[in-house]
Design a protein around this ligand. Structure first.
Ligand code: MG
Length: 257
């Protein structure tokens, strides 16, 4: 099933589900008790929002060997965790705002895991029981600031630096799915999730040794090789086989002027 968060005209934002090319509301939330109501609206006539506003966004650095190599970095012996704020989340077709502080804003196409059940010290063998579903994320990064600061908070946390969507797919196998990223139709990234250094199960287990994972938390699983610069006017499209396509355009920030 596909869960969405959506808004039609100026009606309140709500959770829903998709059937064929129609969307219908649900009572409750996908993270607890819910009831699906009839699909009643064309998906074209609603705005799909980030399918969840995460309590926390837990991310993993250098989880693909070739990506570590392109940055001349070692592959971590244990997962390298960092975080992004939920205020960085945007949804399908929302604009990524290029802030004036960076001269090297880059895309990172990633599989996003949406947690559905609370847990700590989760065993890897049971980890997928804690997953509600999967989505697509772009871990947008100000690469020059990441290098300059020596740690990653500022570089990863600008508003709009976490496009997420277009929905949460519950029926998905994360072990071998193709991820592609195109910028203005040029292929930039292509790899299978099978090339991850640490699997989704291992990442959930590891993160849960540090912090309680809660429903609505999102885990970004790292990016393959091929990251590259995004400039104002660019259109970035990330596709994950079995989930869908997340598209966003880039605009220059002018609100400080
Ligand atoms: Mg990343």
């Amino acid at each position: 099933m596909r869960f969405v968060r959506y808004q039609q005209d100026d009606k309140p934002v709500q959770y829903g589900w998709i059937y064929a090319d129609q969307v219908g509301p649900i009572e409750g939330t996908p993270f607890g008790e819910y009831r699906r109501l009839e699909v009643d609206t064309s998906i074209q006539s609603v705005r799909l929002l980030s399918p969840v506003i995460p309590g926390k966004i837990i991310c993993v650095g250098r989880n693909y060997v070739e990506h570590a190599r392109e940055h001349h970095a070692d592959v971590p012996q244990i997962p390298l965790l960092f975080m992004k704020p939920s205020s960085s989340c945007i949804g399908l077709n929302d604009e990524i705002i290029h802030p004036p502080q960076t001269k090297q804003m880059e895309h990172e196409a990633e599989l996003a895991v949406v947690i559905g059940k609370s847990g700590r010290w989760i065993a890897a063998e049971r980890a997928l029981d804690y997953v509600l579903g999967y989505s697509i994320a772009n871990d947008v990064t100000a690469r020059d600031l990441q290098r300059l600061d020596g740690q990653w908070t500022r570089a990863k946390s600008f508003d709009t630096f976490c496009p997420l969507g277009p929905w949460i797919e519950t029926d998905f196998d994360p072990s071998d799915a193709l991820i592609t990223c195109r910028v203005n139709d040029e292929l930039r990234q292509m790899a299978s999730t099978r090339e991850m250094v640490f699997t989704v199960s291992q990442l959930i287990a590891f993160a849960s040794t540090v912090m309680t994972l809660d429903p609505g938390d999102v885990l970004l699983t790292g990016t393959p090789a091929g990251v590259g610069v995004l400039s104002p006017g660019d259109k970035v499209q990330i596709e994950i086989e079995g989930i869908g396509t997340l598209s966003n355009s880039v605009i220059l920030e002018t609100s400080h002027l």
